[in-house]
Design a protein around this ligand. Structure first.
Ligand code: ADP
Ligand code: MG
Length: 386
């Protein structure tokens, strides 16, 4: 963290030839459990991780907003009164899209002064840890402060989501921004995607000597986009056939009736979502009543459901899960949209090295691309650093 504070400050000075007036940061996130439940109005349970995106900012006299990033040396600039989703492109659509979205939430953009913004980050990009939410939330918090907008964090989460939906054009939910803004150390953010109620739940991983190992398979299978669309369509069809607004409204006790009404494939899609929602609730309750070592079986069941019922796993993800479990992980599952990306494994601290070695050996044996492995801890949400 101290490192990024100094590199973002140096980067700002090198790019803009002056000192920043303040530093803000926001973390990436990982979803502990609750997959493909968000667009079914259900529950998710992500946490903010100890990888962050930092923003160095200094206000300007004029109305120009300039952004530059250590990942993209070209500075991009635009006048505040010219901000529209159509005017934004590439990586800068994330930070500039947030400025536009703040306007949609009432900021008088034409009257505000601009800013120079420099961005540095140690959130891996495109690894499923939401570097996108990290950049959005860091910019949202920074501009909320310097423009004195006084938005609550829950509103800033919606600002980030609006930027991603409209300026970037990605139809994502509000999970990532909620985790990045509301997260706390060693805690998860239990989010109801219908009401947007969020509750911070202690995980207790640190006290229990547990680490969360990320196994990034670095594969992305070509049917991911079509697969996602068809799963969403199945969920909508299943809810309509069952006469409910969303699959969130079904309980596991409704599944026998669903099996009678739905075709075999739609039924399995529905069963994943209904049981996954229940597993999120069970995870929160198990953490409270029995502690984190007891949630392993729920992670395992989540993976089996995604592999067999929702059919969004792949050979690499299944192997990551099986190999880590065989080497002593308490539980493991694929995380994210599926068809590639990362798996997570809950591992006792003293077994992290052995589990990592086993996974690497299993991937080598199977002839798969070498995965990237690292542990993450549940960390504080977005904050002003300086
Ligand atoms: P993920 O959120 O899983 O990391 P996304 O595709 O949603 O992947 O978002 C990644 C994109 O966000 C990058 O391609 C880039 O456009 C933008 N981005 C994220 N972090 C940064 C950064 N530090 N600097 C510049 N652009 C970034
Ligand atoms: Mg993203």
């Amino acid at each position: 963290m101290t490192d990024l504070r100094s590199t973002v400050t140096t980067g700002f000075a090198a790019r803009f030839g002056r000192e920043p007036h303040g530093l803000w940061s926001a973390p990436g996130r990982v979803n502990l459990i609750g997959e493909h439940t968000d667009y079914n109005d259900g529950y998710v349970f992500p946490f903010a991780i100890n990888r962050r995106t930092l923003i160095a900012l200094a206000p300007r006299e004029d109305s120009v907003l300039r952004v530059a990033s250590s990942h993209a040396p070209e500075a991009v600039e635009i006048r505040l009164d010219e901000l529209t989703p159509d005017a934004l492109y590439g990586w800068s659509a994330y930070p500039l899209g947030v400025a536009w979205a703040l306007g949609e939430f009432g900021a008088p953009l034409a009257e505000l002064s601009g800013a120079d913004i420099y961005i540095d980050s140690d959130v891996p990009i495109g690894a499923g840890l939401s570097s996108s939410a990290a950049i959005e939330c860091a910019v949202a918090l920074a501009l909320n402060d310097v423009w004195q907008l006084n938005h609550a964090r829950r509103t800033l989460a919606r600002v980030g989501q609006l930027a991603e939906n409209r300026a970037v054009g990605a139809p994502t939910g509000i999970m990532d921004q909620s985790a990045s803004l509301l997260g706390e150390a060693d805690s998860g953010v239990f989010l109801d995607c219908r009401t947007l109620d969020a509750e911070v739940i202690p995980l207790g991983f640190d006290a229990a000597g547990l680490e969360l190992l990320i196994i990034d398979t670095r594969v992305s299978h070509s049917h991911a986009t079509g697969g996602y669309a068809s799963r969403r369509a199945s969920c909508e069809a299943g809810a309509a056939a069952m006469g409910v607004p969303a699959l969130r409204d079904l309980h596991p006790s409704d599944l026998p009736r669903a099996e009678q009404i739905l075709d075999e494939e739609t039924f399995r899609r529905v069963r994943h979502v209904v049981t996954e929602n229940q597993r999120v609730l069970d995870t929160v309750r198990t953490l409270r009543e029995q502690g984190p070592r007891a949630i392993g079986a729920l992670l395992d069941a989540s993976h089996a459901s995604m592999r067999d019922d929702f059919e969004i796993s792949c050979a690499e993800l299944d192997l990551a899960v099986e190999a880590s479990r065989a080497a002593g992980a308490l539980g493991a599952r694929m995380t994210g949209g599926g068809f590639g990306g990362a798996a997570i494994a809950l591992v006792p601290h003293e077994l992290v090295t052995a589990v990592s070695a086993s996974v690497l050996a299993a991937f080598a044996d199977a002839g798969h691309r070498t995965p990237t492995l690292f542990t993450v801890r549940a960390a504080a949400g977005a904050t002003r650093e300086l």
